[in-house]
Design a protein around this ligand. Structure first.
Ligand code: CO8
Length: 255
């Protein structure tokens, strides 16, 4: 598929997906979601890729859903557009491989919802975050109302969702919306370093950590622990044996 909104490069086990519609601050249109669905499926099936990184071109990560595409929609069309985005971002969570958001600039509305669909977020010290939908008389439609409270807690989520306030990277770090801040010029180097570190670990272990943690997060503690035991056990006589033997034999594991 020839992408209009995305630039995808694969190297050293990492798929780097750059959203590239800088003239509209990478605003998300229908075509973006179709292309991202295609990327999710091809990266999932590519045995050479261990980790996916998503970033934006220019001064924005993503400045939201494309307002010019949404303005004339009917309620039914709006609901369909919401489901389209929700399915794509859920697709990032359901991918077995880890997905990192490298937040280079504005992550607003649908852009923050995209970043929250990733497994974790590393941001530029100059990035800005917000759910400004109420400024437009709208509410989030790509699961922002659901993921934000689960990530940062109800009080900070409702504050951001009700005020529409844009916060800076330091505040985003303080409330746990992002995991690490990096100077703008060093962002991609640092994110690729983190991605390569993850890619060097037991690939099945990393994928099982993602699945068990994410599935457990949506289940009860008891169900999550049962799932953990099952997947913990499944690593014996498999990758786990090689990893533990390598430790005992003071050598690098050969996955
Ligand atoms: N949609 C479409 N175009 C956009 C968007 C957007 N979300 N954001 C920016 N652009 C365009 C601008 O219109 C402008 O285009 P042009 O040059 O043709 O006039 C270009 O990008 C550059 O933007 P600015 O000139 O405004 O750049 P500034 O640096 O002055 O300002 C801001 C940057 C503060 C980020 C500003 O652009 C802004 O406020 N953007 C809108 C942010 C916003 O409200 N986002 C939320 C959108 S709603 C949403 O995401 C809902 C998600 C769920 C949808 C569910 C589906 C139903």
């Amino acid at each position: 598929m020839d992408y209009k909104n995305l630039d995808v490069t694969i190297s050293e086990g990492i798929a780097l997906v750059k959203i590239s519609r800088p003239e509209a601050l990478n605003a998300l249109n229908t075509n973006f979601f179709l292309e991202m669905d295609d990327v999710i499926s091809s990266v999932s099936n590519n045995v050479d890729v261990q980790v996916m990184v998503i970033t934006g071109e220019g001064k924005a990560f993503v400045a939201g859903a494309d307002i010019s595409e949404m303005v004339d929609k009917s309620p039914g069309e709006g609901e369909d557009f919401s489901r389209l985005g929700q399915n794509t971002f859920r697709g990032l969570e359901l991918m077995e491989k880890p997905v990192i958001a490298a937040v280079n600039g504005f992550a607003l509305g649908g852009g923050l919802e995209l970043a929250m669909g990733c497994d974790f977020r590393i941001a530029s010290t100059k990035a800005k975050f917000g759910q400004p939908e109420v400024n437009l008389g709208m509410i989030p439609g790509y699961a922002g109302t659901q993921r934000l409270s689960r990530l940062v807690g109800l009080g900070d989520a409702l504050y951001l969702l009700m005020s529409g306030e844009m916060i800076d990277a330091q505040d985003a770090l303080r409330i746990g919306l992002v995991q690490k801040l990096v100077e703008p010029d060093d962002l991609m180097e640092e994110v690729m370093k983190i991605a390569k570190t993850i890619a060097s670990k037991g690939p099945k272990a990393v994928r099982k950590v993602k699945f068990v943690t994410r599935d457990g997060f949506l289940s009860t503690f008891r169900e999550g622990c049962a799932l953990e035991s099952k997947y913990f056990g499944s690593q014996f006589k498999d990758e786990g044996e090689e990893g533990m033997r390598a430790f005992l034999e003071k050598r690098k594991p050969n996955w």
